[in-house]
Structure formats: structure tokens, C-alpha cells
Design a protein around this ligand. Structure first.
Ligand code: MF3
Ligand code: CO
Length: 252
């Protein structure tokens, strides 16, 4: 299957899905406080998604048991919400969510601090976020896919961080995961040419230490092998002739 270019009608629906998801994540980030369980985070997020008439796309996806992936500290992605996992002051937590609006998907993630966090942790969060913005400078018709990958990789590596290789970004539309795969680490080849109307979930996953990850016995949670802190930042992005349009970033 080739990479799809969305029609004007499809793009309108993806704009609305993204607008809702951006708002949900903004609101959910504000709710994060020490003493809260990761299960509560999931419950609040799922209620917000449904209040907008959307379906949480992660719930049941490949058997995933929740609506929001909640990943704490050395957990990179796919943390499973739990009533016994209590957020504490100084933790960092990644919130990853997907919504379906009238058959169209949006996928986005944010990492935030719980209470007061260290300088090292806040730098990791900020650099991971900025690397997304470095990457999407190339989400423009005529650029090539791996220009995005290389920009993300170089920015993070200039801080000595490890860019996760086992997990990648992806195309998105009626399906959560469509072609192409979007690596965040440096690529030898330039990748496919980008065209207006392609919709991409671009998602740097970055560790303060090494890039190696492993999966916990729950078969979902990905953690850094060296237990260094990890951050994740993701948005659904539309490629246009003039550059990126970020679909899942709400005004605050
Ligand atoms: N945002 C992630 C991704 O793009 C999370 C999906 S995993 C799921 O792959 F199982 F929770 F859906
Ligand atoms: Co994704």
C-alpha cells in the first residue's frame, strides 16, 4: 500500500479530530498532580474524549487495555494505567492519546512534570518537544521523509540524548497506523518524497541516557534499559506546499 494523500473533506475531519485531541491533552496535563493514580489519569482522559463525541482509539487496539498510555520516568511509551501506580512529586509522565472523529484519527502525546521536577528532567522534556519542531520544518511538499528523521535525531543527539530506535512515527488517517514509518534516528537514504495532503504522526521518543529499550512482562510498557528518564512528544501533522500544519495542537 502506498502513502495516501487525503482529500479536502478528509483533511477537514482530521482537523476536527486533532483540534479535539489537542484540547483534551491540554486539559489533561493541567490535572496532573502528585498523589494521583495513573488509572485516574486514564479515566479523566477517556471521559474528556467521549465528552467531545469521539472514540478513544487506543482502547482495545492490539489488546491494549486503556484509552491513554501513561508512562512514568524510565517508561518510554505504552505504560498501562494502574490504580496502584501513584504519581509523586518529581516524576515525569508521558500522556499519549488517540481519538477517532467521524472515522478519522488523530494521535498526540505530551510529557509533563509532576509537581517540582529537576533541571535535567525539564531539559529532557523541552529538548524532546523542540526536536519535533526541528523535524517538522521538513514536513513540506518536495522535501523527503528522512529529512524529518535526521533533523529530530541531530537535535536530540546534540544534547547527548539517546533517540529510541525500536519505535517510530507513522502515517495516520482512517487507521491509527498507516504508511510510512517515520524513524526518529538518522537514516542513510532520503526516504519518500512528501506531498501536500499526507498526514503524519511525528513522535520523537528520547532518553536522557542510551537509546536501548525493553518491554516489561505486561507485554506493553517500554522502558529504557539503563533506567534513564524518557520523554515523548507527538502531533498529527498535515504536509502542505508551504510547510507543516499541526493538527493536534490546541491554543491554550
Ligand atoms: N501513540 C502510540 C502509537 O502511535 C500509541 C498506540 S499504542 C496503543 O503507536 F496500543 F495504545 F494503541
Ligand atoms: Co503515534
Amino acid at each position: 500500500m502506498a502513502v495516501s494523500v487525503k482529500s479536502h473533506r478528509e483533511i477537514e475531519l482530521m482537523r476536527e479530530a486533532g483540534r479535539i485531541l489537542g484540547k483534551v491533552l491540554n486539559d489533561l496535563c493541567k490535572e496532573i498532580k502528585p498523589g494521583m493514580s495513573t488509572w485516574r489519569v486514564n479515566q479523566l482522559g477517556e471521559d474528556m474524549i467521549r465528552s467531545f463525541g469521539c472514540v478513544p482509539s487506543f482502547l482495545g487496539y492490539g489488546g491494549y487495555p486503556a484509552s491513554i498510555c501513561v508512562s512514568v520516568n524510565d517508561e518510554v511509551v505504552h505504560g498501562i494505567p494502574s490504580k496502584s501506580r501513584i504519581l509523586k512529586n518529581g516524576d515525569i509522565v508521558s500522556l499519549d492519546a488517540g481519538v477517532i472523529y467521524k472515522g478519522y484519527q488523530s494521535d498526540a502525546a505530551r510529557t509533563v512534570g509532576v509537581g517540582e521536577i529537576s533541571k535535567e528532567a525539564s531539559q529532557l522534556i523541552e529538548v524532546t518537544r523542540q526536536s519535533f519542531f526541528e523535524g517538522i520544518k521538513f514536513a513540506k511538499e518536495g522535501c523527503h521523509l528522512h529529512e524529518i528523521s535526521n533533523a529530530i535525531a541531530d537535535y536530540n543527539e546534540s544534547y547527548g540524548y539517546g533517540v529510541i530506535r525500536d519505535l517510530v512515527g507513522h502515517g495516520i488517517g482512517t487507521q491509527l497506523h498507516e504508511e510510512p514509518q517515520i524513524p526518529n534516528f538518522r537514516q542513510e537514504r532520503r526516504g519518500i518524497r512528501l506531498y501536500e495532503g499526507m498526514t503524519l504522526a511525528i513522535e520523537p521518543m528520547v532518553a536522557a541516557g542510551g537509546w536501548q529499550v525493553r518491554c516489561l512482562d505486561d507485554d506493553w510498557t517500554m522502558v529504557t534499559v539503563d533506567h534513564s528518564l524518557a520523554a515523548h512528544y507527538e502531533n498529527t501533522v498535515l504536509v502542505t506546499k508551504n510547510g507543516p500544519e499541526i493538527l493536534s495542537l490546541a491554543e491554550d
